[in-house]
Design a protein around this ligand. Structure first.
Ligand code: HEM
Length: 170
């Protein structure tokens, strides 16, 4: 019976878990042990919310200031998002235990969708930031808020559930 159970467990071993780098998940893109990706994601997340907030205030007040603020928030959300994406991509490609896990690639796909939406939101406003707000600018900003929440939540899962990019201590 025991022999049979051992054979069964041998048959269902996950080949991914057998990979030599599977347990190697510590961040490599870090300053003094502090992962750059975790440090940089706060900026695009906050600025995505700011773009939506500025659009909503323009809708309510009609003040051109808010349309211009939305243009700047959308642009900086995109640029800081690219920087955060670069640190995340380096982590993904350089750390074997991150590279081999499917959820890390899922996060990459959601994040690239987010970055293209952030870029679209900025680019759309460049030819006339006031006219762009209603209705498509604010709709895009609102959708971006939903996608940034999904991206951040999923990134949090990588860290808190899978312990990716964390330190194992000395
Ligand atoms: C585009 C390529 C991206 C890749 C390949 C990527 C990859 C990763 C990886 C591997 C982690 C696990 C922690 C680590 O190793 O540092 C992570 C965490 C995270 N990511 Fe990304 N990421 C990307 C873009 C983004 C973007 C654009 C955002 C949001 C604006 C984002 C939000 C997060 C968050 C919030 C965490 C959790 C950080 C923490 O709690 O410490 N990621 N990402």
């Amino acid at each position: 019976m025991t022999q049979k159970m051992v054979q069964e467990s041998d048959r269902f071993q996950d080949p991914i878990e057998q990979h030599p780098g599977y347990a190697e998940t510590e961040s490599k893109i870090a300053i003094w042990g502090h992962p750059l990706h975790a440090m940089s994601v706060a900026f695009p997340v906050a600025l995505t919310f700011c773009a939506f907030g500025a659009d909503a205030l323009y809708w309510l007040s009609g003040e051109p200031f808010w349309a211009q603020a939305a243009l700047w928030a959308a642009g900086t959300a995109f640029l800081f998002g690219l920087a955060a994406g670069a640190t995340g991509t380096m982590e993904l490609l350089m750390v074997p235990g991150i590279r081999i896990r499917a959820p890390a690639w899922t996060h990459f796909v959601i994040a690239v969708l987010l970055l293209s939406l952030l870029g679209a939101n900025w680019g759309y406003r460049l030819t006339g930031y006031e006219a762009a707000v209603l209705p498509y600018g604010i709709l895009l900003s609102g959708f971006n808020v939903i996608v940034v929440i999904a991206t951040g939540w999923h990134g949090g899962k990588l860290v808190f559930d899978y312990r990716l990019g964390t330190s194992k201590g000395s």
